[in-house]
Design a protein around this ligand. Sequence first.
Ligand SMILES: O=C(CO)[C@H](O)[C@H](O)COP(=O)(O)O
Length: 235
Amino acid sequence: MKTEGGSTAAKRRAGERAAEAVEDGFVVGLGTGSTTAHAIRAIGRAVDDGLAVRGIPTSFQSRQLALEVGIPLTDLDAVDGVDLAIDGADQVVDDPDSRAHGALIKGGGAAHAREKLVDTAAERFVVVADPSKLTDRLERPVPVEVLPDAHTVTADRIENLGGDPTLRDAERKDGPVVTDNGNLVLDCAFGPIDDPDGLAAQLSRIPGVVEHGLFVGVADATYVGTDDGVEVRRY
Ligand SMILES: O=C(CO)[C@H](O)[C@H](O)COP(=O)(O)O
């Protein structure tokens, strides 16, 4: 369930600004998606110019791009910590008066399980987005990665929480999307989500749920690319 909209220039500004925060010697979490791809390419150019970094990809796609642009790779088990993670989002709560300010829905690229591992491990997690991602309340369907053998039982339990789960279909393959981890994705509509933290806890308790796309209290900042610059939200 990819997010529509958002100009390429705005995404590029956000991604390139986030890449400027990468310092020599950093271990960097490399998120997934079209906005993060601009950051990965900018980090690759900095590596060409002599910056010494190691990247931890969050998906097959970000791994391929990092290899293409020459970023040396490592993994979570091989490092003492992650200095910075840069990742996109499908929705970002942008309301300083809300307790959910800075909460995210991720998983449009079905990579949210590894993204959550890497983004939460980072000393600092920066979201890169264009203005189309900003919202008062999260309301897009929440991607939930589930074990294939349990997907109907898991879907029933998500319905019991008030959700309306739809198995995500592949576009150029018969059948469902299969994640990099060999699992399936249920896109679960809940309508406007008043309490993302509470819903996140409830989803995490369901057996068969590998990971859901609610990222609450995880981001440290969002870089919003606009038509003429970058706006920074700090949390
Ligand atoms: O969560 C994600 C992948 O699982 C992406 O970060 C999210 O879908 C945003 O992608 P894009 O930058 O292409 O709009």
